[in-house]
Each structure stands twice: as structure tokens, then as C-alpha cells.
Design a binder for this molecule. Structure first.
Ligand code: HEC
Length: 462
């Protein structure tokens, strides 16, 4: 508690994480699938005497090394950096619960980076057999990185009962394995694995599309078709795996995906409906492009086609990640910690002792102490999901409410009654009556609805 708040104007810190994460997901899943692609392609080429594949595979492994070793690693660090700033409390929970998990993860990262480099630099310099072994070592290590990170990622959505029972008692580590192999672990692992395989195909199409189709039509056709097949498992299994995954998510979270269809208030969650449409449309278009261009006329498959597929895959990945984030609302760690860092178990204590007594680090530039308190409440409790003016803009969302209307809304958020429509996606508002009044004044001031501003020297009792 008592961390400084990271105020990212207009887009909010969530989108900073989001943008880095979408980019990272595209590369990190390729790092897993692409390793398998390389060894299986090399093995096939060796077994079937296709020496003419080697030049392209060598080029692909260089591209692979640079993309995963540089951009994958840097964006991974970027995720740590941004989640540490945006969600310090949750990041700390993840670190403390999974110390051993993180340690072993980094061992595999090191093996991964080292073997990817050795694999690239030893083409033609060591025996085929040894080279292939290095490739297998890479593929194995990279799969293990997924096996581990998947436990921690799924934990955030569904920590599971055994862990929740001890959460906050200091005995969390005793439930390491239950938390790790939580309810969504297996469906998510399979889902991510088919995504890895598909992305291996997508990125391989990019490399292979650059081959000269006139000079070596046969080799290009064979490689393009072989790469296109890597997309097949994803399209056959994805709907099934997605169904399994959603089935393991608690009902209370699943309804979030339907909100757009049933409660379309002004803008409320229609994004989710749009997101689902984007996923379906991009996936269908990818199937079309791959079938008609890569499969039917592989020798003419151009880099423009490949980049189009890559772009569509990026849209699908982005939408899926967005939907996954939405599913978790209003929590950052399911049923344990809300997105604004407030633990469910601390709600009563904050209401009694005051929220700001525990979050005192920030000093406002506003001269008015009441508005400054309100602003501190807003930053600490609302701005993880809202910005003042652009993304989920509080100014627009509050438009039309006068000071009393704002009070009513805050009362609903604070009371958090079981039938409150806001419960599904917003955490309870915590704090004392005075703190909540200060927040109301601040919000009314923001929207220009504050007619009689609290006097500049007003003393607020705690
Ligand atoms: C966990 C994320 C989250 C947090 C934290 C959060 N909200 Fe929201 N809020 C949402 C979402 C999602 C919506 C729906 C957005 C939309 O309609 O586009 C929303 C909608 C709203 C609306 C519009 C509701 C309506 O009936 O029109 C208001 C007002 C609002 N939030 C105020 C607040 C205030 C004040 C706080 C801080 C005390 C807060 N929110 C904290 C996620 C959050």
C-alpha cells in the first residue's frame, strides 16, 4: 500500500500495459511455436533430402533470433516495468506467491536465449545431428517457459478456492501448486499452445514469401504450403478450447462478456460485442487469405499477403487479450484484489479508518484541501480504469449528473448492494463519509457541476 500513482494522461496506464502486451504476445508465442517449427522443418528437410530448404530456414532462424531475442525480451521487460507502475500491489502479490516459479522461468529464458543464438550460429558448422539437438533443446526450454508463465497468468483470473482461503494470512505459499494449477490452467495452456503453433506458421509465411517464386518455384511452393498447415490446428481446435476455457471461468465473470448484448447503456461494453466480432471476422479472413493465396497458388504468395495475415493476426490477438482483461473485471486478481489495488478483505477497514490514511504519498497542486482529497481518492480508486477525458472518460460518463446525482452514484458504488448494476465491472468505493464527499466535490468540479465550492481553508475531519 501507499504507492505513488502512475497517471498516464488520456489513455490511462492500462492501455500502456495493453499495447506492450499485445506486441509481446505476438512475439513470445512465436518464440515458443517458432522453435518447434524450425526443428521440425529442419528434420523434415534432412529426412527427405531437401537440402534446398536450408538456406531459407537459416534465414528464418536469424529473423527468429533477432525478433525473439531482442524485441521479445525487451517487450517482456516492458511488461514488468508497466505492471509494476500501474499495479504495484498486484505485482508484489504475484512475485511473493510465485518466487520459485519466477526463478525457474528465468532459468528457462536464459537457456532459450543461449540455444537460439547457438542454433543460428552453428548452421553448417556442426554435424546435422548436433544442430538438430540444439534446436530441440531450444524448443523444449521455450515450451517450459509457457508451461510456467501460464500458471501465473491464469492464477490472476482464477486463483481457485484453496488459495483464496489462505489469501492474506501469510500462508499463501503453502498453496503454491493449487494456485499454479488453478481452474483455467489446462484450457489456457492448450489454447496458447495452438496459438503458438499458428503464429509459427504466420511468421514463417512472412519469411517464405520473400523467396523468389520464379527462380525456385518448387521450393517456395513446398515451404509455403508446409507453413500454411501450421495454422490448421488453431482453426480446428480454437472454438473447442475457448469453450472449455470459458466454462472454467466463474459465472460472475462470464456474464461480463454478454453485457454488451443485454445492457447496452450509452457505450457500456458494446466494445466487447465489437471485440468478439473482430475476432471472428479476422480469423475468417485469415483462413480465406491463407487458403486462396498460400495454399492454392503458393509460388505467387507475396510479402504483402504475408504481412496482411500478420496484421490480421495482430488484430485477433489484440481483441482476445482485451476480452481476457475484461473477463477479469473488477479484479486484478480474481475475487482477491480489485483493479485499483484494494483487497476485498480490506474494504471494511478502509471504510472505518479511511482510505487516504493509508494512501498519503501524493500532494496535489490544487490549493483547496477538499478538492485535493477528492483528487487523491479519484486517482487511487478510479483512474486504473478511467481517465479524466479520453479513455472511459469520467467527464463524459458523468455528464448530465448534478452534485446530487454524483452523490447518488457514489453511494451506490460505496454500498455495493448485491443487485447493484455496477458490481459486475466496478469495485466498491471505499472510504469514510468525508472522503466520499470530497470525491463527489472533486468530480462535480471536474464536470463543472460544482456550484458552491468548499471553502479553500476547509478542514476535513477524518
Ligand atoms: C475495475 C475498473 C473500474 C474502476 C476501478 C472504476 N470503474 Fe467506473 N466503470 C468501469 C467500466 C468498465 C464502466 C463502463 C464503461 C462504459 O460504459 O463505457 C464504468 C462506468 C462508470 C460510470 C458510468 C456509469 C453510468 O451509470 O453511466 C461512472 C460514472 C463511473 N464508472 C465512475 C467511477 C468512479 C467514480 C470510480 C472510482 C470510485 C470508478 N468508476 C472506478 C470500470 C471501472
Amino acid at each position: 500500500m501507499n504507492y505513488p500513482f502512475w497517471d498516464v494522461p488520456h489513455i490511462g496506464s492500462g492501455w500502456v500495459i495493453g499495447m506492450i502486451a499485445i506486441f509481446h504476445v505476438m512475439i513470445s508465442h512465436f518464440a515458443v511455436g517458432g522453435g518447434l517449427y524450425l526443428v521440425l522443418a529442419e528434420r523434415k528437410a534432412l529426412r527427405e533430402g531437401r537440402r534446398d530448404w536450408m538456406e531459407t530456414l537459416r534465414g528464418h532462424s536469424k529473423f527468429f533470433l533477432v525478433l525473439t531475442g531482442v524485441f521479445g525480451a525487451v517487450s517482456g521487460v516492458g511488461i514488468w516495468f508497466s505492471i509494476g507502475l500501474a499495479h504495484p500491489e498486484a505485482t508484489s502479490t504475484l512475485i511473493h506467491n510465485f518466487v520459485f516459479g519466477w526463478a525457474i522461468e528465468w532459468v528457462f529464458f536464459l537457456v532459450e536465449l543461449a540455444t537460439a543464438a547457438v542454433y543460428y550460429y552453428t548452421w553448417g558448422r556442426v554435424s546435422d545431428e548436433l544442430h538438430l539437438k540444439v534446436g530441440w533443446l531450444y524448443a523444449g526450454a521455450s515450451i517450459l517457459t509457457l508451461v510456467i508463465i501460464n500458471g501465473i497468468l491464469t492464477f490472476m483470473l482464477t486463483p481457485g478456492e484453496p488459495w483464496l482461503q489462505v489469501a492474506g494470512t501469510g500462508h499463501e505459499a503453502s498453496r503454491f501448486w493449487q494456485a499454479f494449477f488453478n481452474p483455467t490452467y489446462w484450457p489456457s495452456l492448450f489454447l496458447r499452445t495452438v496459438v503458438c503453433v499458428a503464429l509459427a506458421g504466420v511468421w514463417a509465411l512472412v519469411t517464405c514469401s520473400r523467396m523468389d517464386g520464379e527462380r525456385q518455384p518448387k521450393v517456395k511452393a513446398a515451404l509455403i504450403r508446409w507453413s500454411a498447415r501450421w495454422l490448421l490446428p488453431a482453426f480446428l481446435l480454437m472454438p473447442l478450447l475457448l469453450g472449455w476455457y470459458l466454462w472454467m471461468v466463474p459465472e460472475s465473470q462470464r456474464v461480463l462478456l454478454q453485457l454488451g448484448i443485454t445492457t447496452i447503456g450509452t457505450g457500456a461494453f458494446t466494445q466487447v460485442t465489437r471485440v468478439v466480432l473482430i475476432i471472428v471476422m479476422t480469423s475468417a479472413t485469415i483462413v480465406g487469405v491463407v487458403y486462396f493465396f498460400a495454399w492454392r497458388s503458393p509460388a505467387d504468395f507475396s510479402t504483402a499477403h504475408a504481412v496482411a495475415v500478420l496484421f490480421l493476426a495482430l488484430c485477433a490477438t489484440g481483441s482476445t487479450e482485451y476480452a481476457r482483461e475484461t473477463l477479469r473485471k473488477p479484479y486484478v486478481i480474481g475475487r482477491h484484489m480489485f483493479s485499483n489495488g484494494v483487497r476485498k478483505a480490506d474494504v471494511a477497514r478502509y471504510n472505518e479508518q479511511g482510505y487516504l490514511t493509508h494512501h498519503k504519498l501524493w500532494v496535489s497542486a490544487t490549493g483547496n484541501p477538499v478538492l485535493a482529497e477528492g483528487e487523491a481518492m479519484f486517482r487511487g480508486q478510479c483512474m486504473n480504469c478511467h481517465t479524466r477525458d479520453v479513455y472511459r472518460p469520467i467527464k463524459t460518463l458523468l455528464a448530465g449528473r448534478n452534485r446530487e446525482g454524483i452523490s447518488n452514484l457514489l453511494a451506490m458504488l460505496h454500498d455495493y448492494k448485491p443487485d447493484s448494476p455496477y458490481r459486475a465491472f466496478m469495485p466498491p468505493l471505499v472510504g469514510t463519509t468525508n472522503e466520499i464527499r470530497a470525491l463527489g466535490d472533486y468530480l462535480a468540479n471536474l464536470t463543472g457541476m460544482l456550484t458552491n465550492a468548499p471553502a479553500a481553508g476547509a478542514v476535513v475531519k477524518k
